[in-house]
Ligand binder design. Structure first.
Ligand code: SAH
Ligand code: SF4
Length: 380
């Protein structure tokens, strides 16, 4: 376990170049009298090569490197804590932003199996805190702090990309991987702290940057946005040109049960939410992931399962059943695996496909918002 504590916090006062879209970067270099291809080179150096300083970008002229160093930083987040799970599958980083906000990012490694290549998935945060107050969620209990900027979102992936690539390089040196297999981060899920669709523009801009084939190049099909169920945001996402995956946190099959744990349900009740999901499927022809956190005794009985089957039977979806990761003071307990399987077979009777997910990184609190809690406790 690597823990970096007590490192000095030296915050850069420079503007982060990661805040710029490619168009803005082009314009910015143009004002410095640079040709267009310089912006492409710079973009590549930042996102593909993962350079951490302008001085290392030796394909740029010395003068340009100097000007860039004086005006920009390559991100302003500082790693204050980094932990790895005992099985080395999961890393979690706690970042401090220039205004002192703390956010967390998780890297999950999945070995190749018979069907799929190995992959590395980054779970990013989109807000410091969250305004939606779901009762089982540590972030929700902390309240809303602020939206993250586009650069603060992409920087999380960029940092994990550097880590993932350095691991690839080590494997190549050791002869256990060929150069053609260099892949870095393969997937991004917007499932960290905050509600992505409540920070829509910054999230979308970050997705465009991550998706750019000349940069990190994460395919749209390898990007998943998880929402608590903000109906207008889902409808908007359905019409975007980048076709990413959508996960919807449903967590209950009826309005009464859902409103008990998810205040947002009073604003966008289940009927409206499912209608928005149908619209998304119609527009994109894509299957939706329905997230269902199993809360023992609260939403996991056979009656809940059959109600859920009825709600979802006509929707092109796949349900992820996730036994809750209990938060510090929260009243919820995990549904046992056997019970989760029973819930799954009840759904099957309605032809609703599902998978029981055992969460990764439980031993490092990689569930939701808990490392932040711990770090705050360390600081007090
Ligand atoms: N705000 C978005 C994305 C961030 S939360 C959303 O709610 O979908 C990512 C996922 O973690 C959501 O499905 C959320 O319901 C789930 N989650 C929150 N707290 C959890 C907990 N204690 N145990 C398991 N999953 C949790
Ligand atoms: Fe916010 Fe998602 Fe947590 Fe609900 S589950 S409080 S929407 S981060």
């Amino acid at each position: 376990m690597a823990i970096e504590e007590n490192i000095p916090i030296i915050s850069s006062n420079l503007a982060s170049i990661l805040e710029l879209s490619k168009g803005q970067l082009l314009a910015s270099l143009e004002t410095l009298g640079q040709p267009k291809y310089r912006a492409e080179q710079l973009w590549r150096a930042i996102y593909r090569e993962g350079r951490t300083s302008f001085e290392d970008m030796t394909n740029l002229s010395k003068d340009l490197r100097g000007v860039l160093s004086q005006n920009y930083s390559i991100g302003n987040a500082i790693t204050v804590l980094s932990k790895q799970s005992a099985d080395a599958s999961t890393d979690k980083i706690l970042f401090k932003l220039p205004d002192g906000e703390l956010i967390e990012t998780v890297l999950m490694r999945y070995e190749a199996d018979g069907h799929r290549r190995g992959r590395k998935t980054v779970c990013v945060s989109t807000q410091a805190g969250c305004a939606l107050g779901c009762t089982f969620c540590a972030t929700g209990q902390q309240g809303f702090r602020r939206n993250l900027t586009t650069g603060e979102i992409t920087e999380q992936v960029l940092t994990m990309e550097r880590l993932a690539r350095s691991e690839d390089e080590k494997e190549i040196e050791a002869g256990t991987r060929s150069r053609g297999e260099l892949q870095g981060v393969t997937n991004v899920v917007f499932m960290g702290m905050g509600e992505p669709l409540a920070n829509y523009e910054n999230m979308m801009e970050a997705i465009r940057i991550l998706n750019d084939p000349k940069g990190i190049g994460i395919g749209a099909r390898h990007i998943t946005v998880s929402t608590v169920g903000l109906v207008p945001g889902i409808e908007k996402l359905a019409t975007e040109d980048v076709q990413i995956n959508l996960a919807v946190s449903l967590h209950a099959p009826d309005n009464e049960t859902r409103s008990e744990t998810m205040p947002v349900n009073k604003r966008y009740p289940i009927e409206q939410l499912i209608e928005a999901c149908q619209y998304f499927v119609k527009k994109t022809n894509r299957r939706i992931f329905i997230e269902y956190v199993l809360l023992k005794g609260q939403n996991d009985t056979p009656l809940h399962a059959s109600k859920l089957g009825r709600v979802l039977k006509d929707l092109l979806c796949h349900v992820n059943l996730i036994p809750v990761n209990p938060t510090g003071e929260g009243p919820y307990r995990r549904t046992e695996y056997r019970e989760a399987q029973r819930f799954q077979s009840d759904l099957k009777k309605f032809n609703v496909p599902s998978t029981v997910r055992m969460e990764k990184g439980i031993d490092i609190d990689a569930g939701c918002g808990q490392l932040r809690d711990r770090a705050l406790a360390l600081e007090n």
